[in-house]
Design a protein around this ligand. Structure first.
Ligand code: FES
Length: 102
């Protein structure tokens, strides 16, 4: 069901935690499943230097949080905004259709 990459990011999530004095923070909850995700970023000169997350959720929610915090590193804010959920899923070698919302 899950790719090896999803399982790896679920079992060894990258960038878990919080950032002191973050430059941006986003929280999103899914009222259907009850999962909650918080992502913080540190930005310097319009470049995202660091992303950290705390996710209370399913395997896919944790894996996507981990992957997206890796993907945004070194990107400008505009570039990071262009990252689609499909791009995150592709970077994880795919997600089951029922887990794309995660
Ligand atoms: Fe709710 Fe995955 S985020 S089931």
């Amino acid at each position: 069901m899950y790719s090896n990459k999803v399982i790896d990011h679920f079992e060894n999530p990258r960038n878990v935690g919080t950032i002191d004095h973050p430059d941006g923070i986003g929280k999103q909850g899914n009222p259907v499943c009850g999962d909650v995700m918080e992502i913080a970023i540190k930005v310097n000169d319009n470049i995202i230097e660091e992303g950290k997350f705390r996710t209370f959720g399913c395997c896919a929610a944790i894996a996507t949080s981990s992957m997206v915090t890796e993907m945004v590193k070194g990107k400008t804010l505009d570039e990071a905004e262009q990252i689609s959920k499909q791009a995150v899923a592709d970077a994880l070698d795919g997600l089951p259709p029922a887990k794309m919302h995660c």
